[in-house]
Every structure is written in structure tokens, then in C-alpha cells.
Design a protein around this ligand. Structure first.
Ligand code: HEM
Ligand code: HEM
Length: 185
């Protein structure tokens, strides 16, 4: 198959890696900021980073998915067993759902709880959720369970990608990696 058709586009790769960096920092910051015993200023900085990066992740996810609608993902090579192709597709869809749903749940949890989202407040963005402790509590639970789900799926995703890149060296990793030293990765 033609290389241009079997690889992700430059835009898809830039979005993937930029978002991977943001998400792989947002998750540990989220787990860290809810720990007890942190100094107040440090904890506040973590919350500010987490909330505002989470909003950025949502905006980027919408752009990325809209673009994917115009330029669908390239099909996996034929040598990948069908069950693995289906598993890869299902896990990618789950990741897309989660990078939209996690920020939405986080947003509702914070706005319904009466807390600020600094960047959105600064640009005068309207509050899209009512002030309600009950609503905040439901969103908090959804965000909590979702955080373990996304951590697990990202973990499997990274291990699968590394297995392709370092052990199988079957070219799947190169589809997403920046296009230098092309070959068996
Ligand atoms: C993809 C985006 C996001 C991911 C992966 C993520 C992940 C996490 C994780 C791992 C935790 C710690 C586990 C927990 O206690 O719930 C957490 C907590 C939290 N997150 Fe997020 N988050 C995201 C987006 C957001 C956004 C956009 C907001 C708000 C604007 C937000 C607000 C919070 C808050 C307030 C907590 C503390 C727990 C609570 O009191 O509800 N998150 N998040
Ligand atoms: C070190 C971290 C990561 C590595 C090594 C990695 C690697 C890869 C690779 C090689 C692909 C292409 C798979 C294929 O050819 O079908 C891919 C696709 C994808 N990755 Fe990652 N990834 C990482 C982090 C993440 C994170 C944190 C997320 C989001 C939560 C993510 C979401 C996705 C999605 C949604 C796709 C499918 C793209 C599409 O078909 O539109 N990745 N990743």
C-alpha cells in the first residue's frame, strides 16, 4: 500500500503527541492533587494546572475528532490479526470517548460545586452547569471512576504501542511516530 495511505497525517501525529503529553501529565497531577498533606499553594497550583489543561484537552479532542471525520485513520496492515485490529479500534474509540467525557465530568463537578475554572472565567465563558451539590457529587463519581478507566486503557495502549515498536518492529509504531528513520518500527 502507498505510504501516504498507510500512515497517519502530520496533523494527526502532532495532535496525538501533543495530547499524549498533556494527558500523561494531567492524570498523575490529578491523582497527586487529591492526596492529603500537600501544602496549600502547591495543591492549588496542581488544581489550576489540572482543570485548565483538562479544558484544553477537551478543545483539542473536538478539533482532532472533527479532523478525523474528514481524514479517517489509515487501515492497519493486513498482517495484523483481525481480532487485534478490532481490539485496537475499540480501544481507540474508548480513548476518544474518555478524552471528551472526562473533561465534561470534571467541568460539571467544578462548576456545579461552585469552584472557578480560571481560563474560562478570564474569557467570560458562561457557566454551563447549575450550582448544585447533588449534581457536583454525581459528576465527581463519574470523573473518579473514569480516571481509573482512562488510566487502565492508556496503560494497555502504551504497552501495545511499545510492543509493536520495540519487539515486533512491524511498522505499526512508525505510523504514528514522527517520520524520520523510517523502517521496521
Ligand atoms: C482528560 C481530561 C482529564 C483527566 C484524564 C482527568 C483525570 C483526573 C484524575 C486521575 C483525578 C484523580 C482521581 C480522582 O480523585 O477523581 C482527577 C481529579 C479531579 N479532576 Fe480531573 N481529569 C481531567 C479533566 C478535568 C477537568 C477539565 C476538570 C475541571 C475543569 C477536572 C477536575 C478535577 C477535580 C476537581 C478533581 C478532584 C476530585 C474531585 O474533587 O472531584 N478534571 N482528574
Ligand atoms: C507514550 C505514550 C503513547 C504511545 C507510545 C502511543 C502510541 C500510539 C501509536 C503507535 C498509535 C497508532 C496505532 C495504529 O497505527 O493504529 C496510536 C494511536 C492512538 N493513540 Fe496513542 N500513544 C501514546 C499515548 C496516548 C494517549 C495518552 C492517548 C489518549 C488518551 C492516546 C490515544 C490514541 C488514539 C485515540 C489513537 C488512535 C488514533 C486514530 O486512529 O485516530 N495515545 N498511539
Amino acid at each position: 500500500m502507498d505510504k501516504a495511505q498507510s500512515d497517519y497525517t502530520t496533523f494527526a501525529r502532532v495532535m496525538h503527541w501533543a495530547m499524549a503529553l498533556l494527558i500523561l501529565s494531567t492524570i498523575p497531577v490529578g491523582f497527586l492533587m487529591v492526596q492529603e498533606g500537600l501544602s496549600r499553594p502547591f495543591q492549588n497550583s496542581l488544581y489550576i494546572y489540572h482543570k485548565n489543561t483538562g479544558v484544553l484537552i477537551f478543545v483539542m479532542a473536538v478539533i482532532r475528532l472533527s479532523y478525523r471525520g474528514l481524514r479517517p485513520a489509515p487501515p492497519l496492515p493486513d498482517h495484523i490479526p483481525v481480532w487485534q485490529q478490532r481490539a485496537a479500534h475499540a480501544s481507540h474509540m474508548a480513548l476518544y470517548v474518555l478524552i471528551l467525557a472526562m473533561p465534561v465530568a470534571g467541568y460539571i463537578r467544578v462548576v456545579a460545586g461552585g469552584f472557578p475554572i480560571e481560563t474560562l472565567n478570564a474569557i467570560g465563558f458562561p457557566k454551563l452547569a447549575p450550582r448544585s451539590d447533588a449534581v457536583a457529587e454525581i459528576a465527581k463519581s463519574a470523573h473518579f471512576y473514569g480516571s481509573y478507566l482512562i488510566t487502565g486503557i492508556v496503560g494497555v495502549h502504551v504497552l501495545a504501542a511499545l510492543q509493536h515498536g520495540l519487539i515486533k518492529r512491524d511498522g505499526v509504531f512508525s505510523r504514528m511516530w514522527p517520520p524520520y528513520r523510517r523502517g521496521t518500527r
